[in-house]
Design a protein around this ligand. Structure first.
Ligand SMILES: Cc1ncc(COP(=O)(O)O)c(C=O)c1O
Length: 442
């Protein structure tokens, strides 16, 4: 214990309790957090949600080391973002093997120096063509992409507004840029327009949204937001992480869903969802991409994506283009799961995408409910602060194309039983989405 802080505040009972600084001793905060984790671990529910170790691939069915017994345990998994199962596709793994043999495990140099391989170049071309854009720039992750795009593009005199439920990386990027602006109400173009009305017109303007919202599964009203951006003279940036490969008749994402091809000015995406691997990108006009190649610091001051990953992702994009079957199966699976839940009296926060989330409430209920699902052989996302606001915890089921009908039906029945026991069947989507901002440090 530090001599200057002999009397630390009581240890909070949940992660959100650590939002604010507790004392001037940095390590004291860490020790207090460890003490809280020890309590949660001892209760037994926490390790089954946050300390599982995969013993094989992340698939519709997984084998983990059970943290309570140390023995292997099989679970049906609704916590993979590989919507189409492409990370296991033989063409994708073969492409990674070939690149591994030819280029080795990595390209440990910055992209502007020696880090740009022919596999990375090919990937940028494939991604740009998939989205019908002039060019694309690849980042080591989707998080890095959003930070790099926003801090590269925006200056303190600029004005950027974002939906209050955008991904944490967009909140962070806007804040780190120092640009003025703030959040507007979820999926509310009128609220975005009111935000722009506060701008004094000194700098450039940007409207930022997710295409499909990562935690809630809701869809951005692209036509309304595009009209607001146009009216305000703002560029429109859309994070298509959960839309690419998933929504729109051929998986082109939000623009295709709403019949607005080419409307997004700054199109961002990740390789960690439908493409099944890791990495992020921005696609757009060549001027924008060339500028960001030099000014997006998370692409400049970092090593480039390893060739095996680049090769695997490029092959996954080719498959998204050529083969509609996994996407059709994904849609059918999402529809089946959502319909079953609704028939059993459970109201998801949103419908129409493979992200099926149910609001649970406080972290303690989340851990209990997650544990009961785990004991019944089901793994889903137990989402708590800081991914969502404190006391707005969610159980998030991400459906993918590889789930079987039986797995979907069994999961729906089990979730309905657990929700009924804990009283979170839900009053309906509209009311529930008014909760606090997702991913925004408050
Ligand atoms: C909407 C959204 N944007 C960005 C990211 C970050 O992507 P990555 O995991 O590739 O860093 C995620 C991932 O969780 C996301 O859901």
């Amino acid at each position: 214990m530090s001599a200057t802080h002999p009397d630390p505040a009581p240890v909070p009972a949940s992660i959100s309790g650590f939002r604010r600084g507790r004392s001037g001793d940095l390590l004291d905060r860490c020790r207090a957090f460890s003490a809280m984790l020890d309590v949660l671990r001892a209760e037994g529910d926490f390790p089954t949600q946050y300390q599982l170790e995969l013993l094989g691939p992340l698939d519709h069915e997984i084998v983990v080391r059970d943290p309570l017994t140390s023995r292997p345990k099989k679970l049906v998994c609704f916590d993979s973002n590989s919507y189409l199962g492409l990370h296991l596709h033989p063409r994708v793994t073969a492409a990674a093997h070939r690149a591994l043999d030819e280029a080795g495990a990595g390209t440990p140099s910055a992209p502007l120096l020696s880090g740009t391989s022919r596999w990375l170049r090919a990937l940028e071309d494939v991604v740009a063509a998939f989205h019908g854009r002039e060019a694309a720039l690849v980042f080591p992750s989707g998080y890095a992409a959003n930070i790099g795009i926003l801090t590269g593009l925006l200056r303190p005199e600029d004005f950027a507004v974002r939906d209050r439920h955008v991904h944490a990386s967009l909140h962070d990027g806007c804040r780190f840029s120092g640009a003025r602006g703030g959040v507007f109400a979820h999926r509310d173009p009128a609220s975005a327009a009111r935000s722009f009305a506060r701008d004094d017109g000194r700098g450039g303007k940007l409207l930022v949204t997710d295409g499909v919202f990562s935690m809630h599964g809701s869809v951005a009203p692209l036509p309304g937001l595009a009209a607001v951006a146009k009216g305000a003279g703002a560029l429109l940036m859309v994070d298509e992480a959960h839309a690419t490969g998933v929504v729109g008749p051929t998986g082109r994402g939000s623009e295709e869903l709403f019949g607005l091809p080419g409307r997004i000015d700054v199109l961002m995406g990740t390789f960690s969802k439908a493409a099944g691997a890791a990495g992020g990108y921005v696609a757009g006009p060549r001027d924008l991409v060339d500028y960001l190649r030099f000014f997006a610091r998370s692409a400049v001051f970092t090593a480039s994506l390893p060739a095996p990953v680049a090769a695997a992702v490029a092959e996954a994009f080719r498959l998204m283009d050529e083969d509609p079957a996994p996407r059709e199966r994904l849609r059918e699976n999402a529809r089946r799961f959502t319909t079953s839940l609704e028939a059993l009296g459970v109201s998801p926060l949103a419908t129409g995408t493979p992200i099926v989330a149910v609001r649970v409430g406080p972290q303690a209920t989340l851990l209990r409910a997650g544990r009961e699902l785990y004991d019944a052989g089901i793994r889903c996302g137990s989402v708590s602060y800081p991914a969502v606001a404190a006391d707005s915890c969610l159980l998030r089921f991400t459906v993918n194309a590889r789930h079987t009908d039986d797995e979907l039906d069994r999961a729906a029945e089990t979730l309905a039983q657990v929700a009924g026991r804990h009283g979170f069947l839900g009053p309906g989507p509209a009311a529930q989405l008014d909760g606090g901002a997702a991913g925004e440090p408050s």
